[in-house]
Design a protein around this ligand. Sequence first.
Ligand SMILES: C[S@@+](CC[C@H](N)C(=O)[O-])C[C@H]1O[C@@H](n2cnc3c(N)ncnc32)[C@H](O)[C@@H]1O
Ligand code: SF4
Length: 395
Amino acid sequence: MSRLVAPPLSLYMHFPWCVRKCPYCDFNSYTLQGDLAEARYIDALELDIQSQSAEVAGREIISIFLGGGTPSLFSPNSIARVLDVTRRHLRVAADVEVTMEANPGTIERGRFAEYRAAGVNRVSLGAQSFNAQRLETLGRIHSPEETRRAAQELHGAGIENFNLDLMYALPGQDVAEALQDVEAAIALAPTHISHYQLTLEPGTLFAAQPPELPDDDLAAEMLTACGERLATAGFAQYEVSAYAQRGRRCRHNLNYWTFGDYLGAGAGAHGKLTSAGQTIARTVQAREPRRYLAGVPAALTRKNVPVADLPFEFMLNALRLVEGFEIETFVERTGLEWQEVAPTVDALLDRKLLIVQGTRLLPSAAGLRFLNDLLLSFLAETPQTTGAFGLSTAL
Ligand SMILES: C[S@@+](CC[C@H](N)C(=O)[O-])C[C@H]1O[C@@H](n2cnc3c(N)ncnc32)[C@H](O)[C@@H]1O
Ligand code: SF4
């Protein structure tokens, strides 16, 4: 691990409550019962950030992501407080990207201008679909009209840099309808669109009572048709599910995908930290909000990533990128020699699932489509390789 170099550093903050839990969602989110523990939660985040700050002393935070759950349930004052706290305890880059996830059903008039004044400069809006019937099936709390209004509010507030989350392969959806959703999203002039295939996640209501979904061939057709439409509107695909206008890729997610470091604060938040020349550790906070509030900051657990897991963990992230990665980045961010993965890479090159372009390694179109199968080749033959950070949670 001698060549391990500390990579760029981000901060993820988790806000675990939602107005209502969606039946497909396996994120660490909970239907809000009673009043939001707003001030208590922000106090807890402060303690959490403060206690983790020593470990990254002097390192600059390049991006902050306020994710959920539904951070937009928190008032602009609370968001301002948490960003002030961050600046007090951490070294934040002058041009930091600060993204906040927002549910269109929680946005009152004028709210985005206040979030912007609080320091938010990028928003990710959970549109999911523009078809009222599909939104109902998905258990969403908002109408297509509310999503349109939220997008107008974003433009009005001067937050031009925003993402829309869309899901496709919805129950009963055909290619034409999936395309209508993409068309409606483009019409709102976002800078970024995330386009996720709906998956049935274990432990969700949809997994227990599965709706009938389009088959794999139909889903693949939707993906191709939507990708082509997005490309003609200037949204270039740069990751399995991410499309962006020029210069508008999400800096925060790119740091995950290039095996960068991040602090994780809030209920169930995960972190990854590199000690230069030594080890890579994963941290995770108490998952359930009540346990988090009671246990912060001591409830943070920390585990070194076994060296044998590093090739898989790196590839799991970096091969999601259409342009792949610089081979040197693998060496710097895992501390391993390229030789460790060269035989596996060679076999995948032979199978035309990977491509070499100069000093970069990238997935072929087939490799990107069958990414899960490709990644299995990098699993170490030790029993420790799956689990909390294994395939099922990260893909
Ligand atoms: C953590 S959610 C946050 C967004 C915000 N809470 C909202 O829903 O408006 C991030 C995104 O993941 C996607 N997502 C969640 N569960 C999914 C699933 N089972 N299959 C595909 N995409 C999913 C949705 O598009 C969602 O907007
Ligand atoms: S999809 Fe978003 S709003 Fe729905 S439960 Fe998950 S985090 Fe909450």
